[in-house]
Design a protein around this ligand. Structure first.
Ligand code: SIN
Length: 305
């Protein structure tokens, strides 16, 4: 009788396969890792995209989950217009925005900052009922070193789970709460707190509306409780999932240069910004594109009964 090889002799934990064979006509696409991330060349984000450029940027995002552009110089209006090609813009429930441009979120940390944005693994504003589909971050001022952003593929994190765990998570939902994230967070910048911050319930595994792939959709920043299981089990399960998602195997790390842009898909990617450059300044703007309510379409082999 053949015994299965021990787990450590069964090959790599993840096998990502080959990217799409369809070549791009308007872009050049260079992968950062086989799991996620690609640098895009041949496009000027300050100009209106042609229909084919739009289709190819959308495809690159779907294939690579987070895409990067160098040497871009969009004005605030051009940055907003680029975002609007991908959908209605999302307005942040708490963060400060550029004067007169409520959809242009300011991202800035310097020697006087009490905090920096995105220092914990998260998917942007997942506490919203319809969380952002994507975020487009333009950094114009960089520290001499540091200030990288880490991205992690939640497809890869999901795919690497055992079938037993996928089955356990299938159909579960979790609470995503903005209260502990936003209350008082921007007080130093003169932002008045709202009486309420968003709180929503989303599937623990979400099906991507474009690719149809399953992605883990709980994050350290916002997710507080898995519903329908005892509180201590929820706590232990979230701890396990957060640790699992942070495996470097599922990550890429972007080194910013002044005038770079990152466009990530919040439906399948989490990110974390490194504030390792104090007392230097890092600053830019984020435009965020509204998404849909997350849903879960069970794969036939992991359907709940
Ligand atoms: C964020 O949008 O979470 C900030 C990311 C960054 O500053 O790199």
């Amino acid at each position: 009788m053949n015994h299965p090889a021990p787990a450590h002799l069964q090959g790599p934990r993840i096998k990502t396969g080959q990217p799409s064979a369809t070549p791009y006509q308007t872009l050049s696409v260079k992968r950062l890792t086989p799991v996620l991330g690609a640098e895009i060349e041949g496009i000027d984000l300050s100009r209106e995209l042609s229909a084919l450029q739009f289709e190819e940027v959308s495809r690159a995002l779907a294939e690579h989950q987070v895409i990067f552009f160098r040497d871009q110089h969009p004005t605030p209006e051009q940055h907003l217009a680029f975002g609007q090609r991908f959908g209605q813009l999302h307005r942040h429930p708490a963060a400060p925005h550029a004067p007169g441009l409520p959809d242009l979120m300011i991202i800035q940390a310097d020697e006087h900052s009490p905090r920096a944005n995105g220092e914990m693994w998260h998917s942007d504003v997942s506490c919203d009922a319809e969380p952002p589909m994507g975020s487009i971050l333009y950094i114009h001022t960089c520290p001499p070193s540091g200030g990288d952003t880490l991205f992690a593929s939640m497809y890869a994190a999901y795919d690497a789970l055992s079938d037993r765990m996928k089955q356990y998570l299938s159909g579960l939902t979790a609470v995503h709460d903005g209260e502990h994230v936003y209350r008082g967070t921007y007080a130093n910048l003169g932002v008045q707190d709202k009486s309420l911050y968003p709180r929503s319930v989303h599937p623990v595994v979400r099906t991507h509306p474009v690719t149809g792939r399953q992605a883990l959709y709980v994050n350290r920043g916002f997710t507080t409780r898995i519903l329908g299981i005892p509180a201590d089990e929820s706590e232990a399960m979230l701890r396990l999932l957060f640790t699992h998602m942070e495996n470097p195997l599922f990550q890429c790390r972007f080194r910013w240069e002044p005038h770079s842009v990152a466009f990530w898909d919040n439906r399948c990617v989490q990110h974390r910004a490194m504030w390792d450059y104090w007392p230097h300044t890092r600053s830019g703007f984020r435009v965020t594109v509204l998404g849909d309510a997350p849903f879960y379409q069970p794969s036939s082999d992991h359907a709940t009964t």
